[in-house]
Write a protein that binds this ligand. Structure first.
Ligand code: SAJ
Length: 432
């Protein structure tokens, strides 16, 4: 069996490599020649624990290679991005252009008996759309939407649900939702996943599988929004939200997540919009959760402004131009180097655009600041940042930041969006 994985990014590459590690022949396809060359050298272009060794072994043993042009295979697994775009005055419409381009790229090499799986997180109805694009390009073949069980090509949606930072383990261990366009499509897709998945493969329809994935991430978004809203309420009422959550979570049926500076990454802040754009009237709670989480970085910026004002009031001899602000953490969540859609990074940029004095940034997982931030300050270590700054903004609960409360002298202003310094002794382990 030859399996082709189309899109060699954060999901496609680990999936391709894990399948190849089960001694299956894998052809990876990516439009970016740099990505293809890197992989063919046995190297990787993304950061994910354990992935480099698996890719290296798969390429060296000859089970995996990459190309920019699709080639015939038995199964095609599509793992391309599905961002949102602005359309007809609406800001968060799903952008299926990558799925469309991938469908059109593989259509010419499809053969009777092939299986096509859409793994990209998609709005409800996207798998049907993909099938229609394939059918349009290949009128000589039959597809499940027109020819039910007897189609030449099988099509299914099997959304990925791995957690960045734990991808290699979760790819194998997580259960999979397999939504075939027909029952036979589900069975064909299940056989493929059973090559490398130890979790259970549960079958359903393509539309339910699409909605299941969106539901998982919306569930998390809504729950984080609850924690974020609580943190804003508690700030107003003078209550320590971290203690509050710890106490409430002692109830056997309460499990509140952790507040933070906002929700980042390329999944949780995106996927709920796919539900909202399809059913805007009905998706009230999901929409509000998005707004609460997206509003949190602005709230943090206001807190920083107030802290600077307070500092100047307490230190009338000082001028705003010589107030130094230190930001701790740039990544979108703890213990990774991923800055994509990071609320911490957005907050740093907003502070930098507003503040006329010096700034410094601490991010143990990166070596260089981007040009924009570098204009406003430098990357320094934690101790230096604490010593030389007047206002300290904790944005990401990286493990390196734990137990640093004792380094902070009296008189400095603290904005702690993660409860790292406020509850050091009693802090729970960081959330995954
Ligand atoms: N966050 C909080 N408080 C919390 C938990 C998370 O503020 O208590 C924030 C994080 O700091 C981060 C954001 O939420 O900014 C998202 O982080 P995350 O760890 O919740 O999720 P992702 O985006 O890394 O991965 C999610 C996962 N989905 C779920 O847990 C339901 C993962 O399993 C999915 O595969 C992934 O989205 C995806 O690709 O869709």
């Amino acid at each position: 069996n030859t399996i082709s994985v189309v899109g060699l990014g954060y999901i496609g590459l680990p999936t391709a490599a894990v399948i190849a590690s089960r001694q299956q022949k894998v052809i990876g396809v990516d439009m970016n020649p740099h990505v293809v060359d890197t992989i063919n050298r046995g190297e990787i272009h993304i950061i994910e624990p354990e992935l480099d060794a698996i890719v290296h072994a798969a390429v060296k043993k000859g089970y995996m290679r990459a190309t920019t042009q699709p080639e015939p295979a038995d199964a095609f697994l599509i793992a391309v991005p599905t961002p949102f775009k602005e359309e007809n005055g609406k800001q968060h419409e799903p952008d299926l252009s990558y799925i469309e381009a991938a469908s059109k790229a593989i259509a010419p090499v499809l053969q009777k008996g092939n299986l096509v799986i859409l793994e990209s997180t998609s709005p409800v109805g996207a798998t049907e759309k993909m099938t229609a694009w394939l059918a349009q390009a290949r009128p000589d073949l039959t597809f499940p939407h027109t020819h039910e069980e007897d189609s030449d090509i099988r099509v299914a949606h099997c959304p990925e649900r791995v957690l960045p930072g734990h991808v290699v383990r979760e790819l194998v261990e997580n259960d999979r939702v397999i939504g075939g366009m027909t029952e036979k499509c589900s069975q064909a897709a299940t056989r493929l996943y059973q090559l490398f998945v130890q979790g259970e493969c549960v079958t359903t329809t393509a539309r339910t599988a699409e909605m299941a994935k969106l539901t998982e991430n919306s569930f998390r978004d809504v729950n984080i929004a609850f924690a974020n809203e609580l943190s804003i309420i508690c700030d107003k009422l003078g209550i320590d939200v971290w203690e509050l959550i710890r106490l409430a979570n002692r109830h056997p049926r309460v499990n509140i997540l952790q507040p933070g500076p906002g929700v980042g990454g390329h999944c949780i802040a995106v996927d709920p919009w796919f539900i909202v754009s399809k059913t805007p009237e009905e998706a009230q709670l999901i929409h509000t959760a998005r707004k609460v989480n997206d509003g949190k970085p602005h709230w943090v910026l206001d807190k920083v402004k107030s802290a600077v004002a307070e500092f100047l009031q307490e230190n009338p001899e000082r001028n705003i131009k010589d107030v130094t602000i230190a930001c701790f953490g740039l990544a979108f969540k703890p213990n990774i180097d991923d800055l994509r859609e990071s609320p911490a990074l957005a907050i740093c940029r907003n502070i930098a655009n507003w503040h006329s004095g010096a700034m410094c940034f601490v991010e143990p997982n990166i070596k260089l600041l981007d040009e924009e931030l570098a204009q406003h300050g430098s990357l320094v270590d934690q101790q230096e940042a604490i010593e030389k700054s007047d206002v300290l903004v904790m944005l990401v609960d990286h493990r390196e930041f734990m137990n640093s409360r004792r380094l902070i002298a009296n008189g400095k202003k603290i904005i702690d969006t993660r409860g790292v310094w406020l509850i050091e002794e009693t802090r729970q382990v960081p959330c995954l």
